[in-house]
Design a protein around this ligand. Sequence first.
Ligand SMILES: Cc1cc2nc3c(=O)[nH]c(=O)nc-3n(C[C@H](O)[C@H](O)[C@H](O)COP(=O)(O)OP(=O)(O)OC[C@H]3O[C@@H](n4cnc5c(N)ncnc54)[C@H](O)[C@@H]3O)c2cc1C
Length: 539
Amino acid sequence: MADTQVVIVGAGPVGLTLALDLGLRGVRCTLIERNMTSIRLPKMERCNARTMEIYRRLGISERVRDAGLPRNAPMDVFLALSMAGPALAHLPCPSVSEAKAAIAAHNDGGLLEPYQLISQYTLEPLLRSIVADLPSVTLRFGCELISFTQEADSVSAVVQSNNVTGETIRTSYLVGCDGGTSSVRKQLGIRLDGDGNIRKLRQALFRADDLYERIPIGKGRHYHIAEGPLFPFLILQDSTRHWTLHAAASSDAEMAEIFRKSVGLPIEFEMLSVNEWTHHLLCAERYRDGRVFIAGDAAHLVIPTGGLGMNTGVGDAADLSWKLAATLAGWGGPQLLESYDAERRPIGLRNVRASRIAMAGRLGWRAAYQPNIKDNTPEGAATREKIAALFDIEQRKVTEISGIESGYRYVNSPIVWQESGDGPDPNSLTYFPTAWPGARLPHLWLSDGIALHDRLGPGFTLLRLGGTKADTSSLEQSFGKMHAPLEVLEVANQRAREIYEYDLLLVRPDLHVAWRGNNLSDEEGAQIAATAAGRSRFS
Ligand SMILES: Cc1cc2nc3c(=O)[nH]c(=O)nc-3n(C[C@H](O)[C@H](O)[C@H](O)COP(=O)(O)OP(=O)(O)OC[C@H]3O[C@@H](n4cnc5c(N)ncnc54)[C@H](O)[C@@H]3O)c2cc1C
């Protein structure tokens, strides 16, 4: 017998989310991380709406919010010559409290959770502490994967910890969540396609205790400074006392001076760290090789403009987790694990494209920069007006992409029932609710004020809407024969019937729609169940 059911390599946000989801499903897994501690450098700072829905489902969304930026803090985005002002352009974005109030006031099939600003160096230790409490997860920090081999029914992973090499962990499956330089991906010989090493930037972390309270142009999360060719960009971190500065500076030493000028106010500050990082737009040619999978940055690398790095990886984890759990439990058929690549790689490619568009948007307004931007002349005023007008259009490709974040659909998935026709555009920048098979189930408030998402258990759910009398016994019995978990939920709520457009919906454990219809024959019921569980009809 294998020592563990799943070895997860890498305790970044994706490996930790996968461990949490698998752990909650009772899967025995071992998470190995070569570093002794979680990340200390700033990287990602925004969990998007879909990630927060996934965290809600995992029971931790409010803990993430408690640890993150205060709920009433504005999330606005500014373009200015310095933080001292004046603002050239201003994109207001609701605070979490405002966004939550708007969500509570609508029942139109939108999103259940808004975004949350939380620094990666806060999120990772939080996830780690939550995962550490799960009895089925073993956390091993200071343990590095050296190599692995695959056999017919297991994977043997050779690891090194405490400078001791040669320990072998036998496992049923191994998942490389080991970041952009993934040794799992490299050992499998999986190529990254796209554009690598596009440009280098410097990022510095500053502590400035009283800056946030004193910003004359207003409180927000992003401050773009219209100063070419460096184009400094300041990002608020969750404590409101820490800031990151990104700039195309040629040395570490320059960063403190760029910060001082970008702030434009006499404040005290301390530069805590500087590091260089590189833009890539890459996606792996495949996400699986036998019993080994890759997820997160190991599988796709985007420019963080648009925040589609970690957030895409959290989506990978949510997709892979239930499929691994189902396969290990014995009811998941071979198509289930096969569908991980079929579902998530197109999303990886799509999000790399969206990130390219977002970056092009940013470069678009920056191209309007002229050295006369600060001049008190008609030409200077024209430059300011032009860059501000372009910012107002182009920067929205970064900040207003709810469709990319939450509207992805598993088109052509082998475990999703295919409807005829193309369905709504799965690549729209704006989110439009749809229950087309493969899409995430739109959120809906039930009459008692509970979100339907919260009513759905960890397995499949058959939603019976609008008091339908349809006979669904063949579907239910087929799930029973496979020992696949299925709950049947009667939802009388008329709004649900209107938004979902059908009487019957089969919803997967990750809340994507597997099938919808108004009735089904015995034969169809059996086929739909087998497809959703990743089995061919008679297996
Ligand atoms: C400046 C910046 C800003 C960003 N902003 C955002 C944002 O706002 N939103 C967003 O979604 N994304 C953002 N990102 C991207 C985000 O940081 C990454 O997508 C995210 O860290 C990927 O998570 P991961 O778990 O896949 O990989 P990583 O975070 O890279 O974690 C991989 C882990 O694997 C470990 N590891 C590697 N090899 C081994 C081995 N052989 N054995 C054991 N352990 C190993 C590493 O030590 C590491 O801890 C940003 C990135 C940068 C650089």
